[in-house]
Design a protein around this ligand. Structure first.
Ligand code: ADP
Ligand code: ZN
Length: 665
């Protein structure tokens, strides 16, 4: 008897294709099949008796002895492809190392070798701890739920320094003991060598490390180690979510609010959301952790989809840092000083340095000046490839585009009108660095941002120096806000968070609140109390006000009211359709036509645009978008499909879909 078999293949569709085979095949095996006029490797999904009366082709060859993937895993990928409206080809490319799509047997692939991974772990002292009652309470409930062998989802809301990581470690130990596997997702591996070291200390060789900077072979090797059970645990960035564990016990997502969990190209998924779906399908437990949970997660708590556990005190017994907000607008009215550092911050730094304590300063803007203007023609110099003003970088004296990395020497004359009337506008982190060095010439100052960490190991080196107290003042972008646990830091200065609030994105208040709270949380983690100084030109904004008072609940309430009123996520659903083209006129005339067609339609949800995106051109691609917004997922998805059909496959225009978009810019 012939079996009909659905195969999941790397194709630009959201569904499996049906083939036939003379004998039944186990789900998860790789097979070589005909595809059009070519051959392709796919995964056996389902065998069934009665296909939809279509002609089917036969399978050429079964490649594997034993299945690489479980039925639940494949089901999950298919779900992801459909939910995110991403072609299966893109989903498979994100999930499965590319060598597995070669027509080679599993046995052969398993013999491939790779260079060992080099990971810089940070050497900081960490003694074993006994969980405090709050940590223990949360852990007990987590263990209780995980013992049921059923899916459950949890949110660990613990203030900065409350010891969330210890809870993750204890939960992971428990799950491993029960013979199941554990996945830990972190925002950026390079940024948290400390967290990595803590996990490695406990789990050593049982744990693999997975992130996007692995070579193809390293990725394959780690992936296969998860498949074979040699890795019992994996720690990694969002792509680690695709580790093919066959007996998954828990997915732990640290700093669940972090925007790096959203993939912003090709297959645009959100690792947190996709983790919850995977855990459900594989009957595992999910633990999200954060000091500043996303509004999405708080809405899930409200709906009963997440159980919340709270840690309200710092694990070391230290108080939360004392916060002072400095109104920079008022200060500027009183002086003519061009300084970006407030009197209060300078005094506080002076004091802390005298005490031998360390300081962190956040300025979330790279470079020296955020725009280069010509006062003769009154224009900003912009990148030739992007509709973005150049940023001026003083070290090396060049202008840099932060979107495509195009670089040019700083010109003496305006490149547009030729007049020598160039002036710099806006402050960046290098300006702050310069001012700090003028005020504190004896202090050891370092800067942590994308520009200072280009060289291999530069980031780990800087963090190690901070740990070894060889740095007195560390300046940084949001990179310094993430998870670091340095006990010598007792002062955090926050300059320049106002700009983020003016971005045309409904999440800008949430991001600002999270950033201030996270970076503030770096102060006073050891035995000395911490202090935070927030400089702001608009200190009355609720995100700054709530963050300075450490009032998460009030922030969530205010933000929830705003989102509800406007139907923004999580109180509404959104999908963006993005259209891009190297040819501006082709794109704009296509979009105008589309607009006319859309106007004639009646949709059950609102359709906004098409309109040019806030940044109209990046890397020579012109960008338009269209937003579908409604209260329920079903109709929003349906209208999106309908519009995609109307759009079809226009020539010279790339069409992509962003379900639950995170960035509006
Ligand atoms: P979070 O992840 O919530 O920011 P961490 O897990 O990094 O917090 O813990 C903050 C600090 O407190 C770390 O230095 C950690 O070693 C310490 N710590 C955690 N739990 C305890 C505990 N029960 N007793 C003493 N110190 C603890
Ligand atoms: Zn550019």
């Amino acid at each position: 008897m012939t079996d009909f078999i659905d195969i999941i293949l790397p194709i630009p569709l959201n569904k499996a294709l049906t083939y036939h085979s003379s004998n039944p095949l186990q789900t998860g095996l790789r097979v070589l099949t005909p595809l059009g006029t070519k051959k392709a490797v796919g995964f056996v999904f389902k065998s069934h008796a009665n296909p939809e009366k279509t002609k089917t082709k036969g399978i050429y060859q079964v490649l594997d002895k034993t299945p690489l993937l479980t039925p639940a895993y494949l089901e999950w990928l298919l779900w992801a492809s459909q939910y995110y409206m991403a072609p299966l080809g893109e989903v498979l490319a994100a999930a499965i190392p590319s060598p597995l799509f070669e027509a080679v047997s599993d046995e052969k692939i398993r013999t491939r070798k790779s260079r060992a991974q080099s990971q810089t772990v940070l050497d900081t002292p960490h003694q074993t701890v006994t969980l405090n009652p709050e940590q223990k309470g949360a852990l007990d409930l987590l263990i209780q739920d995980s013992n049921t062998g059923q899916y459950s989802a949890h949110l660990l809301h613990g203030i900065t320094g409350s010891g969330k990581t210890e809870v993750y470690i204890e939960l992971a130990k428990h799950i491993l003991k029960s013979g199941k596997q554990v996945m830990v997702l972190v925002p950026e591996i390079g940024l948290t060598p400390q967290a990595l070291a803590r996990f490695q200390k406990h789990f050593g060789n049982e744990m693999g490390v997975f992130h996007s900077n692995l070579t193809q072979n390293q990725r394959l090797l780690e992936w296969l180690k998860c498949e074979s059970g040699e890795n019992k645990m994996i720690i990694g960035t969002r792509s680690a979510l695709f580790a093919p564990f066959k007996n998954l016990g828990a997915i732990i997502i640290d700093e669940e609010h972090d925007s790096s969990y959203k993939q912003e190209e090709r297959f645009r998924y959100h690792a947190r959301d996709l983790a919850m779906v995977r855990a459900k399908m594989e009957k595992a437990i999910v633990l999200l952790g954060s000091a500043t949970p996303s509004l999405e997660s708080m809405a899930n708590v409200e709906k009963g989809k997440l159980k919340i556990h709270t840690l309200t005190t710092r694990a070391t017994g230290q108080k939360m840092p004392e916060v002072l907000v400095v109104n920079m607008a008022a200060q500027k009215r009183q002086t003519t000083s061009p300084l970006d550092l407030s009197v209060e911050l300078i005094k506080a730094i002076e004091y802390k340095l005298k005490q031998g304590e360390q300081v962190m300063i956040l300025q979330n803007k790279r470079g020296y000046a955020s725009a280069i203007f010509c006062t003769a023609c009154e224009k900003a110099l912009t990148c030739p490839h992007c509709s973005v003003p150049y940023t001026y970088h003083k070290h090396g004296s060049y202008m840099l585009c932060h979107y495509c990395d195009h670089k040019e020497k700083r010109p003496d004359k305006c490149t547009l009108c030729g007049e020598p009337k160039i002036t710099m506008l806006g402050t960046g982190i290098q300006t702050i660095e310069e001012q700090v060095k003028v005020f504190f010439p004896k202090a050891r100052v370092a800067r942590l941002d994308r520009d200072s960490t280009k060289k291999k190991n530069a980031m780990a080196d800087i963090l190690q120096q901070l740990a070894d107290r060889k740095i007195d003042i560390l300046l940084g972008t949001q990179m310094i806000a993430k998870g670091h646990d340095f006990h010598g830091v007792t002062l955090v200065g926050i300059v320049g968070v106002d700009l983020a609030l003016s971005l045309p994105d409904f999440r800008s208040a949430e991001r600002t609140f999270q950033l201030i709270t996270q970076v503030s949380g770096r102060a006073g983690r050891g035995d000395k109390p911490g202090h935070v100084i927030i400089q702001s030109y608009g200190p009355h904004h609720y995100s700054i006000d709530c963050a300075s008072q450490n009032d998460y609940a009030r922030f969530v309430k205010t933000e929830t009211d705003f989102r509800r009123e406007w139907g923004y996520p999580p109180y509404g659903r959104m999908i963006a359709i993005k259209l891009s083209s190297p040819q501006q006129n082709i794109l704009s005339s296509f979009c105008s036509d589309l607009e006319r067609k859309l106007e004639k339609q009646k949709f059950p949800v609102s359709v906004l645009g098409p309109a040019p995106q806030a940044i109209e051109k990046i890397r020579n691609q012109y960008r338009w978008h269209l937003l579908i917004k409604g209260t329920k997922e079903g109709p929003v998805h349906q209208v999106c499909r309908q519009i995609l059909d109307m759009i079809g496959k226009p020539s010279k225009i790339r069409v992509s879909v962003d379900v639950d978009p995170m960035s509006m810019i």
